[in-house]
Design a protein around this ligand. Sequence first.
Ligand code: PLP
Length: 395
Amino acid sequence: MTYLDHNATAPLLGEVLEAMLPWLRGVSGNASSLHSVGRRARAAIEAARVDVGALIGGDPAGVHFCSGGTEADVWALRSAFVGRAEGSSRSTRRTLALSAVEHPAVRVTAGALRDLGVRTVDIPVDSRGRLGELEPILAAGDVRLVAVMAANNETGNLYNVASIARRAHKHGALVHSDLVQAAGKIAVDVANWQVDTAALSAHKIGGPQGVGALWVRPDHDVVALITGGGQERSLRSGTENVAGIVGFGVAARIAAANHAQEARRTAGLRDELQQRLLTELPGCVVLGDVGNRLPNTLSMAFSELAGEALVMRLDALGISVSTGSACSSGSGEPSHVLVAMGLPAWQIKGVVRFSLGATTTADDVNRAAQATIGSVRALRALSAPLTRPKETTDV
Ligand code: PLP
């Protein structure tokens, strides 16, 4: 099997599984218990906190474990607008500025906040997915929070979070950055970037699913989304998922040690795949900010076919990739990222994302290239109705 869908979820690393197993067998201990079993669990969680903080260049005390990237995004956004003590210096500001290409964890939450009276403003992107002007939005003076991801899950586009944070802070706004796709793939430095909050997820870097963290700048406060027994410094209650957190810590440690070398390796493989497809398949286009992407991601629009059909055909050949045309709910709605980039519907229909990772080999890329070339040719022969209309122009 050739798995090229690491942006959806990465395979659990062997070292991570080994480290988690002792915490899944028998009594793992409740980290709040006073006895030695509980204290052992507490020590394991604190060690993982240090490793996760180190991966993103952040104070480990700012790492708050939770159920994943989605919860961390929702937590940061809701915390900025809901349940703030009146009298807080920014409490009168009611605007959330967010990029048009944020993950649904951010965009759908922004919609929910709108129902509570928050004003939301999209920062537009161009046809390559590059961020438009932020200054006029900030200059209006009502922005409390700017949410911009460091790397986009669909195109792989990178965003200059440090520069955004600098400008946002100048205008008195807070900054939340979704680092779910960036952490472990590129160098991340929350302290230097000066973000106020950042979302992380374990399963994108070879850790387990259902674990993540909200990193909070040390002198910044967030409100508790989940209240109860007071875990995670009273900010995220619920008995800690010790095995999951231990796995996250090990995955973070491995990613921190390997990401520079892995970035070079996966970029080489990704570029090889891209080159072969472009050479062999006329009418396919690489999407996104091609010179400024995650090293592992290739988003391609194939003309004259439906992405779903290509994904299913490749699946039958043992190759896992994602379509760019349907969102994760399987609703069949076109991707909001590609719509925001202004791609026409006929082009969005033919988008497929290849995302490489630690398990990807040159042999995988060779198999994927051969299978994709053969499948695209076969599908094109069958799919005349999806041919690009003559009057439309390229983006
Ligand atoms: N943010 C981004 C950019 C993502 O790619 C994902 C996962 O698809 C998430 C947030 C959600 O993370 P999780 O699956 O841990 O909830």
